[in-house]
Design a protein around this ligand. Structure first.
Ligand code: ACO
Length: 175
């Protein structure tokens, strides 16, 4: 297994990861995927709470670079200190595996990997690979008989390096 760069850690997403005014926000990391939009801290907390109440289904992990303190406008002087956690690093990658409960395969479970994101300036350091390895291990540990994902043609070589193979065809219907 690839080791992470020194000072980088993998951990579950935390309630305090919505540091909207620092550059270490989880949501900012997701912007390499698509539009994230404006999400209030209250709305973030509500969604986080939902995930927590379904913690046997949603496993969202992040990689944090502890070498870089967040460059928040208010590290020492903030009027909202709750948004800033001193000593915390910067989130540089994220991903989720969702454990879907089925009837087939004797009430089997399938892991769905979603929203894999590595910050643009951190790509190519095997962080994506580490996120996928960790999500595969979680899927296996919780009892999934397979772990699947949808991706663009461009990302096929990356997922092949992560041990996935082409299966079926992805289809979508957009509302
Ligand atoms: N083409 C060919 N090989 C690639 C590519 C690529 N596009 N991307 C990565 N690889 C290879 C690397 O060279 C490396 O190979 P090596 O072990 O032989 O050196 C291996 O795959 C692992 O690469 P990482 O360094 O772990 O890749 P990275 O950390 O950059 O993460 C990722 C890859 C997640 C695709 C990242 O570039 C990213 O966030 N891109 C933008 C968002 C995105 O497309 N996310 C995936 C959406 S699909 C989904 O979420 C299910």
């Amino acid at each position: 297994q690839e080791s992470l760069p020194a000072g980088y850690v993998v951990r579950p997403l935390a309630r305090s990861d919505n540091q909207v005014r620092s550059n270490s926000s989880f949501l900012k990391t997701l912007e390499v995927l698509t539009t994230v939009g404006t999400i209030s801290d209250e709305a973030f907390q509500r969604r986080f709470q939902y995930l927590k109440e379904h913690s046997d289904q949603y496993y969202t992990i992040v990689i944090e670079d502890m070498n870089v303190p967040p460059t928040s406008a208010g590290s020492a002087t903030s009027s909202s200190p709750s948004l800033v956690t001193p000593g915390r690093g910067k989130i540089v990658a994220a991903g989720t595996v969702l454990a879907e409960r089925k009837f087939i395969h004797e009430l089997g479970m399938v892991g769905h990997i979603e929203d894999i994101a590595v910050s643009a300036d951190q790509q190519g350091k095997k962080l994506g690979l580490r996120i996928i390895e960790t999500l595969k291990a979680i899927g296996q540990q919780v009892g999934c008989y397979k772990v699947i994902l949808d991706c663009s043609e461009k990302n096929v070589p990356f997922y092949e390096k992560c041990g996935f193979e082409r299966k079926g065809v992805e289809m979508g219907w957009y509302v």
